[in-house]
Design a protein around this ligand. Structure first.
Ligand code: PRX
Length: 640
């Protein structure tokens, strides 16, 4: 039986491995039908997006929905005036949402803080005024480096409220990664914390921030939130405590939300690429607000009374779009948790689902696999009946983990939304809707407005069922507009390969089945996904080469049951330096210190030479085959 996407059946079709949504979910869904609406959204994309944009509050309506006069530098809702924070906070102050919880936050040690929409607005206003007092202006880039605490959200929103551009650096990153991002964005202000709690230990963010500020000298003002209370070095005239500043009797506690152009930048988020330094992708106020709010509302079927938990870190795009902006625009209650899912015991998440009555949980395959290891008994101790929908993101989810999630957590009644998207896309691109039959491991169908295809290197569509390059044929409002300071790289990386056709190259390999469902296989470039986090082989290699013992290095990904991938590195040592286990450990430590614990290589192998093409490119595919004990394939382009 073909997967009719508007079927009303319930239960499982075990032959086809199709999972049908419960009738109740279908009956109450925000979108009740896919095929016709999808076709309409493709036939008249601009009308579809204009209708969605009208649901937001604009200071001035746009003149043009889509400006494609300078492809691939598309613009959306040009001439429109908006601020995403007006939609996330200000407009809710005028109705009952004002007194509703915006954030329920739990720290790893068990401390709890909650913010109503009114309280969040007040805190954001206060902090926005402080940023202004510190000289922050519209268009300035402000770097945020924090653990998952409410002040991280407050800081992001405060920046956006005054028209400053935030650049959030994931709190698990280390010195080099932070210094590089500060330098690239030329930030004058850094917002950080003394540390955070993770697996019962404290992290020392301020110490890392201090070292990064030494390496990258642009920071003039550093504001630190006290979280752990551990001592840290504060420099006169540069360093301020957040709580001291928040006590300042500012003239006016209200901070007017800045009127922005639709296309004004909202944030920069760095992401790893194939070569060279991380790319600072730029997202905007208007199109991003429309895209994230719409995808969130339709895919996760958001209702006013929902308690939504996106268990990602705000330091990644998932957190930007679906912890902070989309849920606030949609007036949902956000659950946030600071720490590890298995601390102190593997029931920590399930305990919180029960305690707070969470309705929707959105997480990553790596987290699910990690919790699956402990078996069902930890989840079975808790009442998870508040859950209605589940979600997955970050990497392909293996059917075994999907089924465990569906059965043990969702009790066979919560559809799983496996959303495929990227930092570059701003929001979901290929995803089921709650009304669709699901196939474990498939991210189902394109979201409204999107035309997806699987093509070969020449742009020819591959046969159904065959693997090929995943491309997007159309612009969409949530797309990143450029790479900071490097528009040329933006063109080369995403648009050059299919320049003639004007298609976006996602960098993923995928196939489409006979029912039109998409199956993403993985990256085609040298991006390494470890536990769903995106790392560039180039970043890891340059961290290794920054060690005095190393002259050259190559990093590849090897498949791993738990983390998706692990990092395998091959290094060439300087003359006269002997390989040893001790040195291998030292190099692992070094990468961890430079980039962060997620980048720590699982293997450091010493070699005399790296396999290279005649043009000098490292042939990572050869290293990978060798490391996995497979045939190394065609070696005709190998230099020696
Ligand atoms: O390879 C795809 C994988 O994650 C990449 C994007 O990584 P990042 O920019 O860090 O964003 C992650 C969160 C949106 C993609 O190119 N990916 C993401 N979601 C899925 C996925 N692979 C398979 N299935 C998914 N649902």
């Amino acid at each position: 039986m073909a997967a009719n996407t508007t079927t009303m059946e319930t239960g499982t079709d075990s032959n086809n491995n199709l999972y049908f949504p419960p009738k109740d979910i279908v009956r109450k869904a925000n979108v009740k039908e896919y095929e016709t609406l999808y076709q309409q959204s493709i036939d008249d994309r601009e009308s579809f997006w204009a209708a969605e944009a009208k649901k937001l509050d604009w200071y001035k309506k746009w003149d043009k929905v889509l400006d494609d006069s300078r492809k691939p530098f598309y613009k959306w809702f040009t001439g429109g005036k908006i601020n995403i924070v007006y939609n996330a906070l200000d407009r809710h102050q005028k109705n009952a949402t004002r007194n509703k919880l915006a954030i329920i936050w739990e720290g790893e040690p068990g401390d709890v803080r909650t913010f109503s929409y009114h309280a969040l607005n007040r805190e954001v206003s206060k902090f926005a005024n402080i940023l202004k007092a510190m000289g922050a202006k519209k268009g300035d880039v402000i770097t945020i480096y924090m653990p998952q605490i409410p002040e991280l959200v407050i800081a992001m929103l405060a920046c956006a409220r005054i028209g400053a551009v935030h650049s959030v650096v994931y709190g698990g990153f280390s010195v080099e990664a932070l210094a590089e991002r500060i330098h690239d964005s030329q930030s004058r202000i850094l917002i950080t914390a003394d540390g955070g709690f993770r697996r019962g230990k404290t992290t020392h963010l301020k110490a890392i921030a201090n070292e990064a500020m030494q390496r990258s000298a642009t920071i003039e003002v550093c504001i630190t939130v006290k979280r752990t209370g551990e001592e840290c070095y504060m420099e006169n005239d540069r360093d301020f405590w957040y709580h001291d500043l928040m006590l300042m009797p500012l003239d006016c506690k209200d901070c007017k939300t800045e009127v922005m152009d639709s296309e004004d930048p909202l944030f920069i988020l760095y992401t790893s690429g194939t070569t060279g330094k991380p790319k600072g992708l730029v997202h905007t106020h208007g199109g991003y607000a429309v895209y994230t709010a719409t995808t969130h509302k339709y895919v996760f079927d958001i209702k006013a009374e929902d308690r939504w938990w996106c268990a990602a870190d705000p330091g990644w795009i998932t957190g930007h779009s679906y912890i902070v902006y989309a849920p606030l625009i949609n007036g949902a209650t956000i659950m946030m948790y600071e720490g590890a899912p298995n601390h102190p015991y593997p029931n920590r998440w399930w305990q919180m689902v029960e305690k707070y009555g969470i309705n929707i949980l959105y997480t990553s395959p790596t987290a699910i696999r990690g919790l699956m290891r402990y078996g069902a008994s930890w989840a079975n101790r808790h009442d998870l009946s508040s859950l209605r929908l589940l979600g997955s993101v970050g990497e392909p989810i293996n059917p075994e983990a999907w089924k465990w999630y569906h059965e043990v957590i969702g009790k066979n009644r919560c559809p799983i939304m496996d959303t495929w998207w990227q930092t570059e896309t701003g929001g979901f691109m290929i995803t089921p809707l709650p009304i669709m039959p699901l196939k474990p491991g498939s991210c189902a169908k394109p979201f409204f407005g999107n035309e997806i295809a699987i093509v070969d290197d020449h742009g020819k569509e591959v046969q159904q069922g065959e693997e090929g390059n995943l491309i997007i044929k159309n612009p969409w409002p949530g797309m990143a507009r450029t790479i900071l300071h490097d528009p040329q790289r933006y063109v080369e990386k995403y648009w050059e390969k299919y320049q003639q056709q004007g298609w976006y190259l996602a960098g993923d390999s995928a196939r489409q089945d006979a029912d039109g469902y998409y199956w993403v296989i993985g990256r085609i470039d040298d991006v390494i996904k470890v536990s769903g986090y995106r790392l560039g082989s180039a970043e890891i290699e340059s961290a290794l080469v920054s060690h005095p013992a190393v002259t050259e290095a190559a990093a590849i990904a090897l498949p791993d049951d738990l983390r998706g991938n692990i990092i395998h590195t091959t290094v060439i040592l300087r003359e006269g330096i002997a390989p040893s286990d001790k040195l291998a450990d030292e190099l692992k430590e070094h990468v961890e210190k430079e980039i962060g614990p997620i980048a720590r290589p699982a293997f450091v192998i010493f070699a005399d030479k790296l396999p290279k093409t005649r043009s000098g490119k490292i042939m990572r595919r050869v290293l990978k085959a060798a490391a996995m004990g497979l045939d190394t394939g065609d070696l005709t382009t190998l230099e020696e």
